[in-house]
Ligand binder design. Structure first.
Ligand code: KDG
Ligand code: MG
Length: 454
């Protein structure tokens, strides 16, 4: 192979040798070492996975990073396999169960590896397994891009837009604080801002327990060291407060700024319908995650009552979680997390399914998934035709030191550059400076003490 693992020599070589052929089928009873190891295009040396490193690090918060090395000197890929509050479960799945299956396999057979890890394991889906698979998938796309000398978005069909419209977060305990935070987002050139407010008499509502500079914390849900803290939630208080917040924001800020809101799966169907209906006059860009993820058909109730655009999906782990909502056009934005739904390979299928039903994408982009997942999301955003909006974060210095190369933000848009692969990396020495710290998400209860969806 060329002495420049990421250089243009690769691209020319691939052009000359044509598309990679799939290999000969396995003979019955053999060990599955992958579909195509034996049938590479003439002259292209076979590529093999030689090592899978699982790096757990806490530069401000916990991240699980997958680094896949190959037999080609210098050629490796980096993926993110972080599952907030369950990091070590994913790291163990990767180290103990998945890594041994990857050694010797052809890293370029991304779809085959995905199928093998998803369907081949018999135990399918679930957040731990799908986050682990996402880490592997992102690393393999990174390798493929580096080998081709192209950014991943080129492998996905090339650019369809100059950048991905991004949204940031604004929050506060008073309406005026939220208003100020939205203004700060707008000053920073955001065209879209998610607004969350504290509930009177109830301390620590979802998305509000941050400092006044809330846009710095976009998507950042504080991890609770030790044991999780409990927030108190009451649907009646929430339902009375949120429409008044948006009435306030529209009266102060006008119609132009796009406003979003996240219910974070806290309501029942008729409550969700009431909220969506009462928010109609304030023209939200979307109302996110009204209902728990289990019974998708409940969204029919909301659709009957309201034209507020709906988004859903950050807790979904499989393509089939998305099918009822998309095929019945019960939502307007599908917002799976690439890091929890198996990576680019599965998310692009979700996007294509959505395209057929007039549903757009709004991939989940909080700080509790790492820069490689954010980069993967943006590569997909700028390549697909039915992109909607991208949630984004600003990274603290320590995260940038350990996980460099995150997408950049300018004039309301988030973007990736032309570095081959995903453009992100891991600094293993820096990662060692920040050892894992056990941490949890908060949890929630009603005033009567019963468990509430957080
Ligand atoms: O780990 C949980 C967070 O990722 C989640 O609470 C953030 O809902 C979220 C969002 O929309 O960013
Ligand atoms: Mg959310």
């Amino acid at each position: 192979m060329s002495s420049h693992p990421q250089g243009p020599g690769r691209r020319n070589f691939l052009k000359m040798s044509g598309a990679a052929a799939l290999g000969s089928p396995l003979v019955a009873g053999g060990t599955d070492t992958g579909g195509g190891a034996s049938a590479r295009p003439r002259g292209l040396p076979p590529l093999k996975i030689t090592e899978v490193r699982v790096i757990v690090t806490c530069p401000g918060r916990n991240y699980v990073v997958v680094k896949i090395l190959t037999n080609e000197p210098g050629l490796y890929g980096v993926g993110d396999a972080t599952l907030n509050g369950r990091e070590l479960a994913v790291a163990t799945a990767l180290k103990e169960h998945i890594a041994p299956l990857l050694i010797g396999r052809d890293p370029e057979q991304v779809e085959d590896v995905y199928q093998y890890l998803y369907r081949g394991s018999y135990w399918r889906s679930g957040p731990v397994q799908m986050t682990a698979i996402a880490g592997v998938d992102e690393a393999l796309w990174d390798i493929k891009g580096k080998r081709a000398g192209m950014p991943v978005y080129q492998l996905l069909g090339g650019r369809t837009r100059v950048g991905a419209l991004a949204y940031t977060h604004a929050s506060g305990n008073e309406f005026s604080e939220v208003e100020d935070a939205v203004r700060r987002g707008m000053e920073r050139s955001f065209k879209c801002v998610r607004a969350q407010v504290g509930l009177p008499g109830l301390a620590g509502t979802y998305g509000t327990s941050v400092t006044k500079k809330s846009e710095e914390h976009a998507g950042r849900v504080d991890q609770q060291a030790g044991l999780p803290e409990t927030e108190i939630f009451e649907p009646s208080v929430y339902l009375r407060t949120v429409p008044k917040l948006f009435a306030h924001l529209r009266s102060k800020l006008g119609e132009e700024v796009e406003l979003l809101h996240d219910t974070h799966e806290k309501l029942g169907p008729i409550e969700g319908a009431r909220l969506a209906r009462e928010l109609e006059p304030f023209h939200l860009f979307f109302l996110e995650d009204l209902l728990r993820p289990e019974h998708k058909e409940s969204f029919r109730v909301i659709r009957q009552y309201s034209t507020t655009p709906l988004a859903m999906g950050e807790l979904f782990n499989s393509l089939w979680d998305c099918v009822p909502l998309i095929s019945e056009q019960l939502i307007d934005y599908i917002r799976c997390d690439l890091g929890h739904i198996g990576g680019i390979t599965n998310a692009r299928k979700v996007a294509s399914l959505a395209e057929a039903f007039h549903v757009k994408t709004a991939w989940h982009g909080p700080a509790d998934v790492g820069p490689p997942t954010h980069a993967a999301s943006v590569h997909l955003d700028i390549a697909i035709p039915n992109f909607g909006v991208q949630e984004m974060v600003f990274w603290p210095e320590a995260t940038q030191e350990v996980l460099p190369g995150a997408p950049t933000f300018k004039d309301g848009y988030i973007n990736v550059g032309d570095t081959p692969g995903l453009g992100t990396d891991v600094n293993e020495d820096a990662a060692k400076k920040y050892p894992y710290k056990r941490a949890y998400l908060p949890t929630a209860r009603r005033i009567d003490g019963s468990v509430q969806d957080w």
